[in-house]
Write a new protein. Structure first.
Length: 133
């Protein structure tokens, strides 16, 4: 008969495997939890980046709108200025045209005076009226 050696005491092979499996499960669970936390942190950072980008785009659009409104207002003001300048230029031209008319009337009055139709006093009164004196 064969003799068996002294019996060992301590964990059996199955016990060691079970403890090892339990340790692996616990360590794996911690790793999964850490990975999930890291993934959530990355998603949160990405969301914050997206929101900041949206806010910057909104601010840029508002600035563009304000610049467009200002450009339109400047164009309108330039048109008004051009119209006012045209009116100012037309006013002296009309006065100059009226001046030749006044000159013609004074010449005609002088002829009437020279012909004896108007007296010197009548001529002077009408001349003052035409010249606005």
């Amino acid at each position: 008969m064969m003799r068996r050696g002294p019996m060992r005491r301590g964990p059996s092979l199955l016990g060691v495997v079970a403890v090892s499996a339990a340790t692996t499960a616990v360590v794996g669970g911690h790793q999964q939890k850490a990975a999930a936390q890291q993934n959530a942190a990355q998603q949160n950072a990405a969301q914050q980046g997206y929101e900041q980008g949206q806010q910057a785009a909104t601010q840029q659009q508002a600035a563009n709108d304000a610049a467009s409104a200002q450009a339109a207002q400047m164009a309108q003001m330039e048109q008004q200025l051009a119209a006012m300048q045209a009116q100012a230029a037309a006013a002296p031209a009309a006065a100059a045209g009226g001046g030749s008319d006044v000159t013609a009337q004074l010449t005609q009055l002088a002829q009437l005076r020279d012909q004896g139709i108007l007296t010197e006093a009548e001529f002077d009164a009408k001349k003052k009226q035409l010249l606005g004196i």
